[in-house]
Ligand binder design. Structure first.
Ligand code: GDG
Length: 470
């Protein structure tokens, strides 16, 4: 079995993969350790051209090499802050209104992909299989192919793939899909995302899709599949329980003075539906006076991409909403929304989930949403909380024990909260069991192993088949 090469925009550090890192780092690192290989990507640093060109920096940890490069300011602005996060991210999350398109940023995006691919080529061996992650790296395989690489290359998209009519908003949409066709295997979070890609291929690229998911487009043949990313539920359950008697949990309990707790955790991102969520909570206090003073919403939202203008705006909007609602409903000893703009330790978060009666997860669009899965896994099976989940999270297709809501329907979300707050124990336990069974069936190991198994089974290209489009 050949080595595994993982490429993602950011690379976890060896320490992060061992501590309480999030799902992806743990899942991917497990596979790397088993097969041996390289994890390649951006270090997260913005550096001078000389330093960038000197990379990659190599760090060895057992059979795994961490290979990272720095980006110059221009590359960072065009590839990361520009085309990835101000064009692809909003459009793929159906927020064309927040997207911009600049030709030079797109050129920078392709240039950085080609440059990164060129750096990786030197580290490759003939039997390696290559697994590329996410929207920052769509043209990566095309760049590798044009350097003559014939290894098997797979791509997993962590975010939604938009319906064709939405994708058309990005002027070079055809080039992007053509680039995707250079992979051997394309993985999506849900059947809806896979279908959207197939629809583009058949309606806009004169391609074909066979019943078993083989796509022919732009003179290439590739396979597509659905691989639902998951968590390791039993590990989360164990850690959440272990942390429940720690100081921070006791302090929180004491400060709640017997009030019910609703927990939300998201990166501070406009796709997560935070403003809509706050307004639904406000409606609960407005329409159900009996809950005033008796329920608290804790929203943890660590800032991300804070140098992208749309992220500064969502931060302001949310601060305004939290202030307004708290101004309206606070008492001398009661603050309805505790809004925390900071990062917390992973296991601490899981133990807070375990203390709460509701996990309120309401993205407007989300590839999967791991928080929803973590919330379920962290519950005490003897007295589980209820997950109130948006129908627009990929996780909604699996977690049929959740109370599903449409985040655009404030009254509907408010009614779901009322229902969840009053749900009897037997109904909560039934829902929890259904959700836990789904998490165990499709855990993080299944996601990783099934993708890699399918990628390994793709017929290998003959040399000469590597370059460009036929
Ligand atoms: C993308 C897709 C897809 C959050 N705050 C803290 C913290 N987190 C952790 C959560 C969770 C992770 O970050 C967030 O994952 P999500 O899946 O919810 O969302 P994205 O970051 O948007 O991830 C998404 C995912 O990729 C995987 O494919 O599901 O749809 O958008 O694990 O717990 N972790 C710590 N402190 C925090 O304050 N330690």
């Amino acid at each position: 079995m050949g080595r595994l090469i993982v490429v993602s925009n950011r690379v976890a550090t060896p320490t992060e993969t061992k501590g309480s890192a999030g799902g992806l780092a743990v899942g991917v690192f497990g596979a790397l350790k088993d097969a041996g290989g390289v994890w390649f990507g951006w270090s997260g640093d913005v550096v001078s051209e000389t330093v960038a060109n000197a990379g990659p920096m190599l760090e060895q940890d057992g059979a795994v090499t961490f290979a990272t490069v720095g980006l110059t300011r221009k590359d960072y602005d065009q590839y990361y802050r520009g085309f990835s996060n101000a064009t692809l991210w909003p459009v793929f999350h159906y927020r064309n209104d927040l997207a911009r398109y600049e030709r030079d940023e797109y050129a920078g995006y392709r240039r950085v992909n080609a440059w990164l691919a060129h750096k990786l080529v030197k580290l490759l061996e003939p039997d390696d299989i290559i697994w590329i992650h996410d929207y920052h790296l769509i043209p990566f395989a095309e760049a590798l192919r044009s350097e003559g690489v014939t290894n098997r290359i797979g791509f997993f998209l962590h975010i939604p793939f938009p319906a064709p009519q939405i994708l058309l908003n990005i002027p070079p949409h055809e080039e992007l899909v053509k680039s995707l066709s250079c992979y051997d295997l394309l993985g999506f979070q849900t059947a809806t995302d896979q279908q959207a890609f197939h629809d583009y291929v058949t309606r806009h690229a004169r391609g074909t899709v066979s019943a078993d998911g083989i796509v022919e487009a732009f003179g290439r043949k590739l396979r597509t599949g659905v691989y639902r990313i998951g968590v390791f539920p039993d590990e989360i359950a164990e850690q959440a329980k272990r942390y429940e008697s720690r100081q921070h949990v006791l302090e929180l309990k004491q400060s709640l003075e017997g009030r019910k707790l609703i927990m939300s955790v998201d990166r501070l991102d406009y796709s997560k539906g935070l403003v809509e969520r706050f307004r639904a909570f406000e409606l609960l206090l407005e329409r159900s006076p009996e809950w005033r003073g008796n329920v608290t919403l804790v929203q943890i939202a660590p800032p991300t991409r804070s140098d992208v203008a749309t992220y500064q705006k969502i931060r302001q909007d949310l601060e305004y909403e939290a202030g307004r609602i708290n101004g309206r409903y606070s008492g001398l000893d009661y603050t309805p929304i505790r809004y925390l703009n900071q990062q917390y330790d992973r296991w601490k978060l899981m133990s807070l989930f375990r203390e709460s009666q509701i996990g309120f997860v309401t993205p407007l669009h989300d590839g999967m949403n791991l928080v929803a899965k973590e919330y379920v896994a962290a519950q005490n099976p003897d007295d589980p909380g209820v997950l109130v989940l948006s129908i627009f999270a990929g996780a909604a297709a699996e977690l049929s024990g959740a109370v599903l809501v449409n985040p655009h329907d404030a009254i509907g979300m408010c009614e779901a909260l009322q229902r969840a707050l009053q749900m009897p124990l037997d109904a909560r336990q039934r829902r929890h069991e259904i959700n836990m069974a789904a998490l165990r069936e499709d855990d993080l190991g299944v996601w990783r192993d099934s993708f890699l198994r399918d990628l390994r089974s793709v017929p290998v290209r003959r040399s000469g088949e590597g370059g460009g489009h036929k």
